[in-house]
Design a protein around this ligand. Structure first.
Ligand SMILES: CC(C)(COP(=O)(O)OP(=O)(O)OC[C@H]1O[C@@H](n2cnc3c(N)ncnc32)[C@H](O)[C@@H]1OP(=O)(O)O)[C@@H](O)C(=O)NCCC(=O)NCCS
Length: 170
C-alpha cells in the first residue's frame, strides 16, 4: 500500500466524491446520515466551486494513487451566537480503513478551524457506529449529548450522539 495525501477538494472531484458517498451510504450498517440522499454530481460541483468564495466551510479529501479514498466536510454555524462552532462529516472508503486516513482528515479539520478562528468542532454519530466513536474519542472528541429520534431514516427515526472537540476551550 502507498501513502495517501490530504488536500483541499476541487470541483473536478465532484463525481468521485458522489461515488464515494453512494458506496459508503449503501453499506448495510447504515453509517451515514444522508445514506440514500446524497447530492448529485452537478450540485456537488457547484458546492465545491462555491467554497472558493466562502471561507466558512471546507471539504478535504484523502487521495491515494489518484483515487479519492476519504472525505471530510466542515461548515461553520452561521448564527452569530454560535459562530465559533463548526459541524463536520467524515467518511473513508471501505478498503482503506484503519490506516490513519480518518485521523489525518480530522487533523486537517482542526488546522482549518484554527485558520478560520473556529473554536469548537461538533458532529453527530449514530450510537451503533463503534468504529467512528472509537476514532473520535481517541482523537479527543467528547460526548456532549444524546439526541433521540434526531434523524429520519426510511419510515422511522434514529437516535444520534452529539460529540465535540474544543480547539480552544473557554
Ligand atoms: C469511522 C471511519 C471514518 C474511520 O476511518 P479510518 O480511516 O478507518 O480511521 P483511522 O484509521 O484513522 O483510525 C484511527 C483510530 O480510530 C479507531 N478506530 C477506527 N476504526 C475502528 C474500528 N473499526 N474498531 C475500533 N477502533 C477503530 C482506532 O483507535 C484507530 O486507531 P488504530 O487503527 O491505530 O487502532 C471509517 O470507518 C468510515 O468511514 N466508516 C463509514 C462512514 C462513517 O461511519 N463515517 C462517520 C460517520 S459519523
Amino acid at each position: 500500500m502507498t501513502a495517501f495525501v490530504i488536500r483541499d477538494a476541487v470541483p473536478g472531484d465532484a463525481a468521485a466524491l458522489v461515488e464515494l458517498a453512494q458506496k459508503i451510504g449503501a453499506e448495510p450498517e447504515g453509517w451515514l446520515i444522508a445514506d440514500d440522499a446524497w447530492r448529485g454530481v452537478a450540485d456537488e460541483r457547484r458546492y465545491l466551486k462555491a467554497l472558493r468564495r466562502h471561507p466558512h466551510a471546507g471539504v478535504f479529501v484523502a487521495e491515494e494513487e489518484g483515487e479519492i479514498v476519504g472525505r471530510l466536510s466542515v461548515a461553520r454555524d452561521p448564527h452569530p451566537a454560535s459562530y465559533h462552532v463548526a459541524d463536520l462529516g467524515l467518511m473513508v472508503a471501505a478498503g482503506h480503513r484503519r490506516r490513519g486516513v480518518g485521523r489525518a482528515l480530522l487533523a486537517r479539520a482542526v488546522a482549518w478551524a484554527r485558520e478560520s478562528r473556529v473554536r469548537k468542532l461538533e458532529l453527530h454519530v449514530f450510537p451503533h457506529n463503534a468504529p467512528a466513536i472509537a476514532l473520535y474519542e481517541g482523537f479527543g472528541f467528547v460526548k456532549e449529548g444524546y439526541r433521540r429520534a434526531h434523524y429520519r431514516r426510511g419510515a422511522g427515526y434514529v437516535d444520534a450522539i452529539l460529540m465535540a472537540y474544543w480547539i480552544d476551550e473557554p
